[in-house]
Design a protein around this ligand. Structure first.
Ligand code: ADP
Length: 342
């Protein structure tokens, strides 16, 4: 058979594309589409290859009308759902289908929607409480001085929580904004830990926890942003106090500078160790997700926003460092941050 000079060399195309012949059979597909659908769909009826009603309807419509169409095809890649825009282009009695991977854009959209829903939910709870207390203070508790004091105390705490939430959201957005710019200051990590501990003195005193600091860093310097690193150190210590206070003691260590495989460079590591109740293994990979908490009620009661470790993760990543959380139920938790030497 002579080669058709207008034939489309599908197998050579670098993007996902399929040719359906005049018998409605998948005659050819490019390697990148074969990787998605499987090679076995070649030679099958397109209905068996694609299966999804909205995709099939669009193909039928394009066949009937001879007009190109745009539709969707939903796939799965391991544990991940994938979304594809499919352009259906009639070519005489044949059809060409091109697939465009929209998964990343869909995920960004979903992420935004989840984020807005989470923030709204976090704000709604204290706002509802405030509204309730205002009504009570205007009505039933108008002349009850004791109740008024108690309600004002709760209102103050709820307001503080909302302020903390807005502060954390702004922090997170600032950190994300600057994430691609490497920090320029050189900082002695050990000294910064001492300064942060001094700032936290009132919180530590109020918690009744004893804090031991072992600084072996001998003044080792890291390249960093002092404010952001203070936030990392502060968030880890505050978490250890909030969730690990029952263990009574915190141990903070700054190691001497050494080669670190994860960094493929020399680095200094800060460990914040508590002897609290610990965290079950399955939660650990998710702790740095925004608003992820092991126990939402407890976190809220302690003034938590669920954003602390997300902020830590972003700052550490901006510093080209690594965050490691290790925990054993009943024994406590150790959060470690390793930062490359300046
Ligand atoms: P939060 O504002 O809730 O403290 P974080 O992002 O800082 O938010 O932490 C997320 C969750 O991780 C916390 O709600 C808590 O459940 C858990 N967590 C963090 N640090 C510790 C710790 N040292 N011990 C036990 N649980 C912890």
């Amino acid at each position: 058979m002579p080669t058709d000079p207008t034939a489309i060399p599908i197998a050579a195309l670098p993007f996902p594309v399929m040719l359906i012949d005049d018998r409605q059979i998948v005659a050819a597909l490019s390697p990148s589409l074969a990787a998605v659908l499987g090679d076995h769909v070649r030679g099958r009826h397109y209905i068996n290859a694609l299966r999804q009603p909205i995709t099939l309807e669009a193909i039928e419509a394009a066949m009937k009308t001879g007009q190109p169409g745009l539709t969707r095809w939903l796939g799965r890649d391991g544990a991940r759902d994938t979304t594809w825009d499919v352009h259906v282009i009639p070519e005489g009695r044949r059809m060409v289908l091109t697939f465009e991977d929209r998964t990343a854009a869909e995920e960004v959209g979903q992420f935004r929607r989840d984020f807005v829903a989470n923030v709204s939910h976090e704000l709604r709870t204290p706002l509802t409480a405030l509204q309730g207390f205002i009504e009570t203070l205007r009505g039933a508790a108008r002349n009850d001085a004791v109740a008024r004091e108690r309600f004002l105390g709760i209102m103050e705490r709820e307001t503080a929580r909302m302020t903390q939430l807005v502060d954390d959201l702004l922090s997170l957005s600032r950190v994300e904004e600057g994430e691609r710019m490497r920090p320029v200051q050189t900082i002695a990590l050990g000294e910064l830990v001492v300064a942060t501990l001094a700032d936290l003195e009132p919180v530590i005193a109020a918690s009744g926890v004893t804090v031991a600091l072992n600084d072996d860093s001998a003044g080792a310097m890291v390249r960093g942003d002092a404010n952001q690193l203070r936030q990392v150190i502060g968030n880890l210590i505050e978490n250890a106090i909030k969730y690990g206070a029952s263990g009574g003691a915190l141990i903070i260590r700054v190691d001497s500078a050494m080669y670190h495989r994860g960094l493929r460079a020399d680095g200094v590591t800060l460990h914040v160790q508590d002897r609290g109740p610990g965290i079950a293994q399955h939660h650990i990979p998710r702790l740095t997700e925004r608003f992820y908490r092991v126990d939402t009620h407890r976190s809220r009661a302690l003034g938590g926003t669920g954003l602390g470790l997300a902020i830590v993760k972003h700052i550490v990543s901006r510093h080209r460092g690594r965050l490691l959380i290790e925990s054993t139920i009943g024994q406590g938790t150790t959060c470690s941050v390793v930062l490359p030497l300046a």
